[in-house]
Design a binder for this molecule. Structure first.
Ligand code: G3P
Ligand code: MG
Length: 240
């Protein structure tokens, strides 16, 4: 029987500062099947791994990433806000993360954070990096901004893409097909057995976020979702 895979949301972000190399290494080490990460773009066109559009919440700096150069971002401490033990963590580039995943079997879900800021050319840059690393089979690109997935498909039909959504969406599988996605990354509150049946009719993989509670992990596993995306991959692996 096919198992439900475990993806580490922003890395092992329940126990490490989110979206840092420490969090991704921990996820790989504990045996996560995949990692999820968020990408934004600097003023000088570097693709960096950070959830928010501003650095304020997860670093010791302040300001918008789109107004800063990578050299400026690289001086920031991206770990101390979580725990002073992680004060050496920096905001990684996408290249940094691809490098540490390259010789592993871990899947990489790159979430394009272009729903609030339409970063010009982000899709092309990300596709190019995945190709440079020859990691086409190891990545899934997702976004809340579905038009971006159509762009990715046009640029790189070989890459798997997934729609994301957070408000109720009627028949998300139809929306996925419209933008050539083959997976739906769904908020846990919308997923039920009936939902899975419908999605499977449209050949969509279902990965559910953000699942941190044991009971929900077990229920979703019984429903045979393709993956859960969790802040606590180590716990999830033990439970499932
Ligand atoms: O990809 C699932 C999840 O990461 C989407 O929400 O806000 O955590 O990026 P967010
Ligand atoms: Mg995300």
């Amino acid at each position: 029987m096919k198992q439900t895979y475990v993806y580490a949301h922003r890395g092992s972000s329940g126990t490490h500062p989110e979206n840092t190399l420490a969090a991704f290494r921990a996820a790989i080490q504990c045996g996560a099947d995949g990692i999820e990460l968020d990408v934004q773009m600097t003023k000088d066109g570097e693709v960096v791994v950070i959830h928010d559009e501003q650095v304020d919440r997860t670093t010791n700096g302040e300001g918008w990433i789109c107004d800063m150069t990578y050299a400026q971002l690289a001086t920031l401490d991206a770990g101390s806000w979580f725990d002073p033990a992680f004060s050496n963590e920096q905001i990684p580039t996408l290249n940094n993360v691809l490098t540490i995943c390259k010789d592993t079997n871990v899947m990489i879900n790159i979430e394009l954070k272009n729903d609030r800021i339409r970063y010009e050319g982000m899709e092309k840059l990300v596709v190019q990096k995945v190709r440079d690393y020859h990691m086409e089979k190891q990545v899934v690109l997702s976004s809340f901004f579905h038009e971006s997935l159509t762009v990715v498909h046009r640029l790189a039909p070989e890459l798997e893409t997934a729609i994301l959504y957070e408000r109720p969406l009627r028949e998300p599988w139809k929306q996925a097909i419209e933008c050539h996605a083959t997976a739906i990354h769904a908020p846990k509150q919308f997923v039920s057995s009936g939902y899975i049946i419908q999605a499977k009719k449209y050949r969509q993989a279902i990965r559910v976020f953000t699942v941190n509670i044991e009971k929900e992990m077990k229920e979703l596993c019984e429903m045979k979702v393709d993956a859960i995306i969790t802040d606590f991959p180590e716990q999830a692996i033990q439970i499932l």
